[in-house]
Design a protein around this ligand. Structure first.
Ligand SMILES: [Zn+2]
Length: 254
């Protein structure tokens, strides 16, 4: 059962995490979790390069520590990087002090590998609660989940993964896929194969793909009253760590 595809669950989650971006344009974001991975990530990067697609990667700090050159490579190729904690833990179970350490450690490693402090955060396994999301926002992160989750880690076959994405995707969708592995060995070859199919079929339907931040910024720029909204609310304005969040999540809450 895929909880995230249940309308009531998705409506609830959308009050706390960005699940999709309101737009009529045929644009979506592909996102990849749990990397970097020494075999799968380079493969995925080559594929995305060949297809001229930029995406968002939610990296696990522990994996960045092992493969900092891959984190650097992701950034160097123009992709966006978000924080997916250091240990890939269920954050709401942790006391605030440890929760912050999980975020901080991952961000520091990402920054030292790429030069950029991440602004996006995705909770491992989608676990969150209200106080945790408040803490996340207070520390300048924007929480992101998604509205299309094909359960690629269960390895149902590349075709099935692609088909599940294409059945659900709509303008502004955020697609959750995996190039990395949080624990132990893992095989993400089906996910990577599916990405090729997804890109091809989305293009057939005249969709374009871009990182979450770019998708949000474009939607904000085209939103009614956008001219009055100062640029600093964008995700990439000025390269500073934002002090608060909430505005965007409120705006996108149903
Ligand atoms: Zn994960």
């Amino acid at each position: 059962m895929n909880l995230l595809h249940k309308p009531r669950v998705l409506r609830f989650v959308s009050r706390h995490l960005l699940c999709s971006v309101p737009t009529r344009e045929r644009r979506v974001a592909l996102t990849f979790d749990d990397g970097p991975h020494p075999r799968e990530t380079p493969r995925l990067l080559r594929l995305l390069d060949a297809r001229r697609v930029r995406a968002t990667f939610f990296l696990v700090g522990r994996n960045v520590l092992r493969y900092p050159h891959l984190a650097a490579e992701i950034a160097a190729r123009g992709h966006e990087i978000g924080n997916h904690t250091y240990n890939h833990v269920v954050l709401p179970l942790l006391p605030r002090r440890l929760m912050l350490r999980e975020l901080e450690r991952a961000s520091r490693l990402i920054q030292s590998a790429t030069g950029e402090w991440p602004r996006l955060f995705r909770p491992p396994m989608g676990w969150f609660n209200r106080s945790m999301m408040r803490t996340v926002a207070e520390h300048g992160y924007r929480g992101v989940l998604g509205d299309v989750y094909p359960q690629d880690t269960r390895r149902p076959g590349a075709d099935v993964i692609a088909q599940r994405v294409l059945e659900r995707v709509r303008p502004g969708s955020i697609v959750i896929l995996h190039d990395g592995v949080a624990f132990g060995p893992g095989d993400r070859s089906q996910s990577i194969e599916a990405v090729d199919l997804v890109i091809e079929r989305l293009r057939d339907r005249h969709y374009e793909m871009e990182p979450v931040g770019a998708l949000v910024e474009r939607a904000q720029a085209h939103a009614p009253g956008a001219a009055a909204a100062p640029a600093r609310h964008g995700l990439h304005a000025g390269g500073q760590r934002p002090s608060t969040d909430g505005r965007l999540l409120q705006r996108h809450a149903p």
